[in-house]
Design a protein around this ligand. Structure first.
Ligand code: PMP
Length: 408
């Protein structure tokens, strides 16, 4: 069995020794944003203290060192996803990556009347950009159903693709509400067999399991640094080389051009074509450090630890009368949304917070999904590499206390 020394990992995260309302912090909101290990913080501080200048411009030592560090981070991301460095575009976050694809690939390669398919369990980040494209450009937006267990409904998927007009399937790799991992290799093959491209929203999945984009055969993939124990302000868009080559720029400005006259401009090659302006240099270095950090631990043991946490959470929550957990997919990860009978999710979160326990409450940026499940809001506990079984027991004890306050 893999030995996972969670206490050693916890000691890498300075914030975990902070007190909240005088209580030990129990941070169960990593799916919203994860905490940062010392290695990430140090890499960013070291860059600012010793190797900082703008990138790709100066013919001086500092700029060359800093450009190397920035490009080195791109190499790390490329190796992390098993793709080529030219296929990695740095963006602000997963949201920006999807908007970039919608506004460039979407406008240039989709014609009015073509269809885009997303699923019922998408985060707003993978729904709203397609609604905008629909309204601007006349493509059709179709929503594929999910089953009661929270998995893609394949019969409905077949129906959505039946008329041959779908050109893009854009789905999550892991739901931030239901915890479902989608069968991405099968979905990619399905899309390709039907003449469509596939975009995967990896914002959640990439944190919890190794992602090999060549094996998946994804056309586009996005994720955010801040959920992967890295900083905010840096995210990644992967696009297959041939697709990026054919795409027009998203934003115009410095760094993304080949040459400029007063009349017109020509574009740089990918990925620079899509990185207008001064990028998030320090944050890219931080993301590179975060990737080094998780890879040193290894996804095999991370996944085993988190599976054990999730099983434990499902069991202890099921043992509390009045608690209902959402999402029962075969393949599910460490986010557990739940309701507590007779208590609003916001009250659950507020009362847990008084005990030092951080969970999220609301619709988790998946408002249509929440309503589709017949709910207005849920509470959500989510786990990371530093989460312990004892913290999940604290959550269960906390929920029993909430029930007492509400006389349940
Ligand atoms: N997709 C999923 C599945 C997410 O969980 C999130 C973050 N909650 C996003 C997209 C958006 O990430 P960001 O806000 O960093 O762009």
């Amino acid at each position: 069995p893999v030995v996972f020394d969670v206490e050693r990992i916890r000691s890498d995260f300075p914030i975990l020794s902070e007190l909240v309302h005088g209580k030990k912090l129990v941070f169960l909101d990593s799916a919203a944003s994860a905490q940062k290990p010392r290695a990430v913080i140090d890499a960013m501080v070291r860059t600012m203290e010793t190797r900082y200048a703008n990138v790709h411009r100066g013919l001086h030592w500092m700029s060359e060192r800093c450009s190397d560090d920035y490009e080195n981070a791109r190499d790390k991301v490329a190796a992390f996803l098993n793709v080529a460095r030219e296929e990695i575009v740095f963006v602000r976050n997963a949201t920006e990556g999807i908007n970039l694809v919608a506004q460039t690939f979407g406008r240039a390669s989709l014609k009015p009347g073509d269809a885009v398919v997303v699923s019922e369990m998408e985060h707003h980040a993978n729904l709203v950009p397609w609604q905008m494209l629909r309204d601007q450009h006349g493509v059709e937006l179709r929503i594929v159903k999910i089953t009661g267990a929270g998995e893609i409904d394949w019969d409905d998927l077949e129906r959505q693709f039946a008329d041959g007009r779908v050109r893009l399937l854009a789905v999550t790799h892991m739901s931030n509400v239901l915890g479902t991992y989608t069968p991405v290799e099968r979905l990619a093959k399905f899309a390709h067999d039907h003449g469509a491209r596939i975009l995967l929203d990896g914002a959640q999945a990439v944190v919890h399991r190794a992602v090999d984009l060549r094996a998946i055969d994804a056309d586009f993939y996005v994720f955010s640094g801040h959920k992967l124990y890295g900083p905010t302000g840096i995210g990644v868009l992967y696009g297959k080389r041939a697709l990026l080559d054919a795409m027009p720029p998203f934003l115009g400005g410095g760094d993304m051009i080949r040459s400029v006259t007063y009349e017109s401009s020509t574009w740089a090659e990918p990925p620079y074509r899509f990185e207008a302006g001064t990028p998030a240099i320090v944050e890219a270095v931080g993301l590179g450090a975060a990737i080094d950090y998780v890879q040193a631990i290894g996804f095999e043991s991370i996944a085993a630890h988190e599976r054990s946490l999730t099983d434990h959470a499902m069991a202890v929550l099921a043992a509390i009368e009045g608690v209902e957990t959402l999402g029962h997919a075969q393949d599910r990860g460490g986010v557990v949304a739940f309701t507590l009978d007779g208590v609003h999710a916001h009250d659950v979160a507020t009362l847990l917070d008084k005990q030092g326990i951080a969970v999220r409450a609301g619709h988790h940026c998946a408002e249509p999904l929440t309503h589709r499940l017949g709910l207005d809001s849920t509470a959500r506990a989510s786990f990371g590499i530093y989460t312990t079984h004892a913290e999940i027991d604290s959550l269960a004890a906390g929920l029993r206390r909430v029930q007492q306050v509400f006389g349940r």
